[in-house]
Design a protein around this ligand. Structure first.
Ligand code: HEC
Length: 200
């Protein structure tokens, strides 16, 4: 009974608060219109930051090092080879073939830079500005991440590159990522072309 009573008091108290708020807002002659919140994908992140710094945050937060930076023996990203892609001296010649009846679908190597699955083997490319890298223009970088077309114009980008997620970012954020990639030390590392799926 006591609990019940308290509830009623609480309800009344919040009702009267609402009435007070309503009364206050009535006295304002020109109600300030709430600006409509922009859709998430349209609002660039941290616009107060310069593009290179914003790009750095987006690259880190976007998990790009997971696949595009080779790893130290303890599994941490090897920042001396930052975003240089799959190391050219780790040679992979054939896709992983899961045994019949096993649940495994995708395999990766110790550096998490080569990925084998039903699409064959994909190698995380070198994102730095070195001549051995992808050397995408800013425009083609944005188009590639928005449309999933390799180099912005060619074959579909293979898994596990999560471009279907990154495409939700506004162009300004993708452009900022590109600007950051231009600013980091170039890494000389020629990443191999993808391998086709194993013949069935
Ligand atoms: C889960 C692993 C993974 C993550 C995370 C990842 N990538 Fe990739 N990325 C790849 C692989 C593998 C390829 C190569 C795909 C291919 O050959 O088609 C690739 C390809 C690319 C390409 C080349 C597109 C083209 O034109 O072929 C760009 C640019 C790129 N990634 C940028 C990024 C950026 C920026 C991030 C972080 C915001 C990122 N990637 C995160 C695995 C990943």
């Amino acid at each position: 009974m006591r609990v019940f009573y308290h509830r009623i008091v609480l309800v009344l108290a919040s009702l009267s608060a609402a009435v007070v708020i309503a009364a206050c807002s009535q006295s304002v002659e020109e109600p300030v219109e709430e600006p409509a919140a922009p859709a998430e994908s349209e609002a660039p992140l941290r616009t107060e930051l310069d593009p290179v710094e914003r790009g750095r945050l987006l690259i880190h937060g976007g998990g790009c090092h997971d696949c595009h930076t080779t790893k130290n023996p303890d599994g941490t990203p090897d920042m001396t080879q930052m975003l240089g892609g799959h190391p050219q001296d780790i040679i992979i010649t054939a896709p992983f073939q899961p045994r019949e009846g096993e649940p495994w679908f995708v395999a990766t190597n110790a550096t998490l830079t080569a990925w084998s699955g039903p699409w064959g083997v994909s190698f995380a490319p070198n994102l730095t500005s070195d001549p051995t890298g992808l050397n995408l223009t800013q425009r083609n970088f944005v188009i590639a991440l928005k449309t999933g077309a390799h180099l912005g114009t060619a074959r579909p980008i293979l898994p596990p590159m999560p471009w279907t997620e990154y495409r939700n970012l506004p162009d300004e954020d993708l452009e900022a990522m590109w600007s950051y990639l231009q600013s980091i030390p170039p890494i000389a590392n020629r990443v191999p072309e993808p391998l086709p799926p194993a013949a069935q």
